[in-house]
Design a protein around this ligand. Structure first.
Ligand code: 5GP
Length: 368
């Protein structure tokens, strides 16, 4: 993923694939021109690299010229006008091949057709490295096409976004889906797991429970799992760096997710910072820290009630329960503060039925 100005772009077409496509186009053009010497006309600015590489692969004599189509706002009555810069050679008797980087709506191409016809050029063909058939609204023939692509905005290999990106050798496409990433907190007994399940369904989010991720990696003896286990076996804390790598692997496993629910991470400010870095690298961010808020006495009675049937020893003893709640508040205070400073902290009332709490959470997420 790369960033140009305010936007993010993901890899789309590799340089070697561009090169082999241009090679084929050059061979096709050569076959059609035979022994005649064509005049290539590159359309600036975007086509400069395409022109250079097409000529590199053109196996025969050829000439080159450039034109620049410039659009500018005319008076209100005239609207937008296209003007040409360049083209000062008599091309009436020549074989001309227009080299375009990309044809989108075809408006530019219409102007090029007009321009060539006005200048008495009757033997001309159009070659475009990229073509967006679904965006094209014209009827003009396009004789050589490198890649037909969907109606997406691309950059690289001469194509820019607001001036930047022309120097990239690969083609990248604009990233248009923005993720919703939540950090979910709740004291023991707040119903965090239940609500995470509801939210992941409703918003197509991936629930990353750090505990589950650890267990999965250790059980499957992944490199990171084995590394984490070596610390755990010695009674040491797993370094943040290892944990964040595991989370990164989870994020990368789900490139189509609308976002992630982070559960059990971060636990420290340093971890919160590294989570920010991880998401920033992916052109995203933590959108909110959502904390389910439930009064201590309600939590104690819920957990005591659960302890009667769950058989979990840590649910049966009131002082153990109160300790766990206290640990939760002690641990999360710093994170609440961290996200509050960024205006990302949202407290949600966690008392009520599952549905009532889900509705409150959805309202909080929809307001992001
Ligand atoms: P038209 O819509 O006239 O066919 O295309 C006009 C111009 O818009 C192209 O020559 C090119 O400069 C720009 N353009 C169209 N689609 C894209 C795209 O996906 N990426 C970039 N960087 N420019 C584009």
């Amino acid at each position: 993923m790369i960033q140009l100005h305010d936007k993010y772009f993901t890899p789309y077409i590799k340089a070697d694939s561009i090169d082999s496509t241009i090679k084929k186009m050059a061979a096709e053009i050569k076959a059609d021109c035979g022994d005649e010497v064509p005049v290539f006309i590159g359309v600036l600015n975007g086509a400069f690299r395409f022109v250079a590489d097409l000529m590199k692969h053109y196996n025969g004599d050829c000439e080159v010229q450039f034109i620049k189509m410039q659009s500018y706002e005319g008076t209100a009555s005239k609207g937008t006008v296209l003007q040409q810069i360049g083209l000062n050679q008599d091309l009436s008797q020549r074989k001309v091949v227009i080299l375009e980087d990309i044809i989108d709506t075809g408006n530019t191409l219409t102007e090029i057709y007009k321009l060539l016809e006005n200048q008495g050029v009757d033997d001309f063909k159009i070659a475009s490295l990229f073509f967006k058939p679904t965006a094209y609204t014209k009827e003009h023939s396009i004789h050589y096409i490198g890649f037909e692509i969907p109606d997406r905005f691309i950059v690289g290999y001469g194509l820019d976004y607001d001036g930047l990106g022309r120097n990239l050798s690969d083609i990248y496409q604009l990233k248009t889906t923005y993720m919703t990433n939540l950090v979910l907190f709740g004291p023991p007994g707040a119903g965090k797991g239940t609500q995470a399940d509801v939210l992941k369904e409703k918003y197509n989010l991936v629930h990353i429970s750090t505990g589950d991720v650890f267990r999965y990696n250790i059980k499957n003896k992944t490199d990171l799992g084995t590394l984490a286990k070596s610390y755990i076996d010695k009674g040491h804390l797993v370094p943040d760096e290892v944990t964040i790598k595991m989370l990164n692997a989870e994020v990368e496993k789900n490139p189509d997710a609308n976002g992630f629910i982070f559960d059990g991470f971060p636990r420290t400010e340093a971890q919160a910072e590294s989570l920010d870095r991880l998401l920033t690298e992916k052109g995203s961010q933590v959108n909110a820290m959502i904390a389910l808020e439930v009064d201590d006495e309600i939590l104690v009675s819920r957990l005591m009630e659960r302890g009667k049937t769950s058989g979990r020893p840590d649910d049966a003893n009131e002082s153990v329960i109160r300790d766990r709640i206290a640990v939760y508040y002690k641990q999360t205070a710093v994170l609440k503060n961290y996200y509050q400073k960024q205006e990302k902290f949202i407290g949600v009332d966690g008392v009520g039925s599952i549905e009532e709490i889900s509705i409150r959470l959805s309202e909080a997420i929809d307001s992001l």
